[in-house]
Write a protein that binds this ligand. Sequence first.
Ligand code: 5RP
Length: 274
Amino acid sequence: MEWGMANRMHRMFQPGSGNAVMVAVDHGYFMGPTRRLENVRATIAPLIPYADVLGVTRGVLRHAIDPAATTPILLRVSGGVTVLKEDLSHEEIITSMEDAARLGVCAVALSVFVGAPHEHESLHHLSQLIDAGEACGIPVMSITAVGKELEKRDARYLALACRVSAELGARMVKTYYCDNFEKVVEGCPVPIVCAGGPKLDSDRAALELAYGAIQAGAHGLDMGRNIWQSDHPVAMLKGLRAIVHEKATVKEALDVLEAEKKAGSAAPKRAAAP
Ligand code: 5RP
């Protein structure tokens, strides 16, 4: 691996655990101002010190993240459809690798839609993006199964989507948790990070998901709604960090979360967007 590529991977996956806690805040690109992301800057600010990586679009990067911040950025570069459309798979590459390099990001991310109407185009876009990323030392993350494709969330489907992404050259893959998740990890030769999906019923459920993913061999999380839609986002993030970096059990992570809640971190009050 070239120095630039290797350096970017090391900046995301932490020395010690070899894992990463990525905080995904890119949902607005197809969901609009979803709950607790109405004022994206206010949502992100308290999380920055505890995120190993922030996943955003270039619009949110420019609007909500101080250029003095040193947190590695994972830039979403696919999009072009919204939740108003039936077929979410009709994405294009919406941000060039040139702009990603100009923005100084650590990695770029694109969704692939295996089994969906635009499967072929999305895999072709992934290959094109990887060619461009390899040329300038920027790793590409493939995001498997988003939106309606999530209905197919089982180990066989996700293992196929992750393996295809790795075979095309993705340096890392983000996917969703499922039963027998170890089968998904086993079949994927590059690091897998696990998304959270829609907000779960409880903090415990989100910690259990994270614990299951790490136990199965995931290299971390790329989680959004179960962090910033929690009533205690910083506490949740600290609990997740204990699982990902310190091999904490769910009980130990809950203790971290409860201690942080007592110390007083709560979701930011909604403020008018600047
Ligand atoms: C949106 C995404 C999200 O980044 C991904 O789904 C992770 O967020 P969450 O944990 O909320 O699912 O790719 O398309």
